[in-house]
Design a protein around this ligand. Sequence first.
Ligand code: B12
Length: 463
Amino acid sequence: MIKDKKRSRSTRSTFKGGVLTLRRRAAGTSGEFGGCFKMDFKLFLVCAVVSLVNSEPHDPSSIEHRELTLSFTKKLLQHIQEDQITVPNPSIHLALRMSSQHNQGFENDYLLRLKTELHKDLESSLTKGKPITGQVALYILALKASCYDISTVRLDKEQLIHLLKKQIEQEKEHVAVTKRPLTNYYQYSLGILAQCVSNVRVSLHVRNKLIHAIEVGDLKHGKNEQSIDTLAMAGMALQCVKESGGGQDDARLQQALNTIKDKLLASQRPDGHMGNEFSTGLAVQALLAMGIKVSEYSDTMKALLTSARNGVYHNPMAISQVLPALHQRSYLQLKSHDCTNEDNGLILETKKVLEPMEDNVEEVSLQVEVVSSEDSSSTYFLNIPKGSSILEALKLLKLKNEYKFETEPSLWGPFLSVVNGVRARQSDRNYWHLSSDGISLNQGIDDYKIQHSQMITIKKTNY
Ligand code: B12
């Protein structure tokens, strides 16, 4: 039994085989999370778990769930067929391989592209001295998801896994000197996870640096905002380390895992998402990895379905992080991934012909404010067709010679890196932060579509 003196009278909780089960006595308490907010923290967490495991069937039927996972898989397959130019994305391959439905021909072609094009891209980054911890880790996970023998893959004359080890060592040294990794704790965690699922022992120093960052609350997105995505990735990495044993399963490790679990549960919004729409998939994966059942009918899964239905996940990278969660799987399962007896029946229908663009598209007015420092800012005004992206608006300004900008490619699409000649760099802990009418955006310049008149602020921000 869980010791919780302040336990609600209507909630009973038991531990069965390591899985937390909570049952509700009273009818009408259907797992709605809104009611959790007036409680103290401990009770709040219990309430959050109730809302997660609640298995009374609600509206979304499992048929809808199945159809959605299928349509996401098809979207990813469609994407890899159409986009032959961008460097292939290991996260997409990973998601396709962790699905239940497969088109092995397309998957094999993409694996080949990873091993040639991504491989070359990583070699080139290495030559330029760029840290590539996260990308190498994802590459390893993608290979493992295809049951590929990673010991046969060499990058820059080194076995891939040894290269990853070196990258993580460098990250660790950087933490020791500057208190921050070379890249970020998300990639640091991905690195630990990839090592661990490949049955490579993670050094105590490496994992302790991550545990320390969790203890002091350093897993952030930008300056202040807690990063649920990073907590989730760290959770999967440390859970894997814990399960690998080898004397590493100590109290400090367990405490870090508890902290992560509590923070993930506490991050649930009234609409069911954990953190935001784009971190929820990873949060679900982490909870599953930690042995917490996230029912298909939980508020969290319902939130994922609602967002999916509303077209929130159109970026293939977003789909790739949500799909394993919809299958109730986590990256941790790659440790014992089996590629035999797989389905190979998925076929892509021919694509629908696009409707011709309307001639009279409504225009909206846009104000773009660029803040480079406390005392330097400039503002631009323009009209753009409703539904344009920020990227399209910036291109228009560039055409008028009013404004200059550069982007860098990333797995999420173009990352705004230089504005009017000013570069915001990872090495200097600076970036161009995006907001709309004062509210921080949760999408990038290519994905955020302008539906009404507004002011976009692009502010150089340090973190
Ligand atoms: C770390 C991180 C950052 C760091 C990156 C620098 C650093 N310290 O490494 C900082 C704080 C700068 C950052 C900024 C932003 N981020 Co961010 N970030 C992440 C995080 C936690 C990990 C990224 C990573 O390392 N991936 C692993 C490596 C292997 O992949 P990668 O593609 O090579 O990584 C690079 C890109 O991801 C890029 N990047 C980071 N964030 C974003 C966001 C967008 C839209 C793009 C195109 C690229 C990009 O920086 C990474 C390092 O170089 C992800 C979480 C996630 N679920 O992926 C969120 C995430 C990708 N970020 C997000 C957002 C919204 C942003 C911002 C738009 C926030 C804002 N309002 O300004 C800005 C980007 C603005 C711009 N200039 O284009 C969202 C994207 C959702 C979406 N649908 O597009 C995520 C998913 C977080 C979330 N759940 O909301 N981010």
